[in-house]
Design a protein around this ligand. Sequence first.
Ligand code: F6R
Length: 613
Amino acid sequence: MCGIVAYIGHRDAFDIIVKGLKRLEYRGYDSAGVALMNGDLRVYKSQGKVSDLEAISEGKDRSGSTGMGHTRWATHGAPNNENAHPHVSQSGDISIIHNGIIENYATLKEGLIQRGHNFSSDTDTEVLVHLVEDIMDHSKLSFADAVRSALKQVIGAYAIVILSKNHPEHLIAARKGSPLVIGIGDGRGEYFFASDATPIVEYTKKVIYLKDGEIAIVENQEMIIKTIENVVQTPYIQELEMNLEQLEKGGYPHFMLKEIYEQPKSIFDSYRGRFDSATGEFHMRSIEEFGAKLKDIKRLILVGCGTSWHAGLVAEYLFEDFARLPVEVEYASEFRYRNPVLYSDDLVLAISQSGETADTLAAMDLAKRKSATVFGVCNVVGSSIPRLSDAGAYTHAGPEIGVASTKAFTSQVTVLTLLALGIAKLRGAMSIDKIAGVMQELEQIPEKIEKALSLNDEIVKLSEKYKDSRNFLYLGRGYNFPVALEGALKLKEISYIHAEGYPAAEMKHGPIALIDENMPVVVVATNSEHYEKVVSNIQEVKARKGVVIALVSEGNRMLDGLVDHVLEVPETIEPLSPLVNTIPLQLLSYHIAVMRDCNVDQPRNLAKSVTVE
Ligand code: F6R
């Protein structure tokens, strides 16, 4: 949700900002803008992509070694030039970029209009920069103190960067609820600011994750971090684990395809070193340090959004089967506004790739206030969700840039499998031998995924055939019901074809009415205890002339005469089958979207990190 990049130092700011915005474009791509300082303050902005911004600023003065840029995902106000960031104050001397939502902007705006301010956009952000100037005009506060004072009046979430023409040696940044990372440059007063570390990693590995309620003030080459209440903080400087190759496409046409193909490795990285088969021990901080607590929890509540919620649904089966623990899976956006009954022996586990999803964070916050133990399973190191968690586990999938989540999902399922086994062990719900058996099978999964990826050519042909379909249905049962949901979500979000995922048996309670000869139905029919039942569901579809694409276990030829297409995937134990079965569905959605000329990595209306509710 909106990407921020800013720079103060001695290099050419424009190049750093534009390169950084391109890395952050997955966060939003409605419009982009930049502000540069070099004696004066110049703002260029444009509806559309960062490349449009480059085009409109071509030939203009792009000099300056201090500047900031923004890529927008519209919340308040349509995606157009006026609403693009940066926004400037009444005099044009102060400029701001912002990620988040100022909830009380209407009240603040009304007061400012009464004091003679005119606004040129519909955004909440413009109000904040006018407020800073208004405070400076009517007080003797310094620039930094005026920003602090303005932020104290704000209700809502923000990550901001502010520049002032009259304070050329300053750059001020602050955060509350929206992420902001600071890169520490070469020691000559050089600092990088960004919504995540991806624009920073090629310049420095030393970063500070600004905490909620903190403000960073760069002045005369020195940076000081304070709370909004003016208490000076000692920041923790962290070493980035990420490297540059992880942020490039590596020869693939799209990040999504690269990330699909990375899954043998990302899954391996998710379980690597976390289980010792010789001792039967799990090496995960959450299991080791919270063992006593986990042994006694009475209920597990999994919260997440979108694909992460689907990983939670798979985990429901895992925790019930392995740990014999009652489980509930909740959309974070619903959970946060209910009045859930929570006890101190409940474990609430938040699942998130980005670690910044606003609804998931709010759900965690609620659970904490109601005294539950809160864990996080998250991909982005140092993001807000792990910081809010009592413990948890990183997925170690590496940066996921494609907006549609692929490798993050399979890594989440992998880590949730480890946690389910670890808790099963603590609770005595499974023998060490059984746990070791599942782990042995998990170690086979990367190879099985390699095999599943080799279905690519067959899937290209299928995609060619069905790319113009208007609707798709995905069916699965048990562990593969969430796989059906995930397959449908992948297709609709990147190809804009309507798709629904359903538990196969539920079809006859409604969706069966949709089935005719134009409806492709993707059925997960790999070997499981429900196999025969799934075959009956396929019969029901065929009886209505539906087109069936069946995913079956390798070597199963029994459906050959019955269904229209068979995709054979390597067999594994049922609890791990979602890891393998998801792969062909990801490839199907990818190829269909490419054939329909859709922007696979940046689907319309979406953003990678949903930091607004
Ligand atoms: C779908 C997708 C989204 C995210 C959802 C949660 O492909 O990417 O549905 O899964 O926005 O995001 P995180 O996992 O970052 O909390």
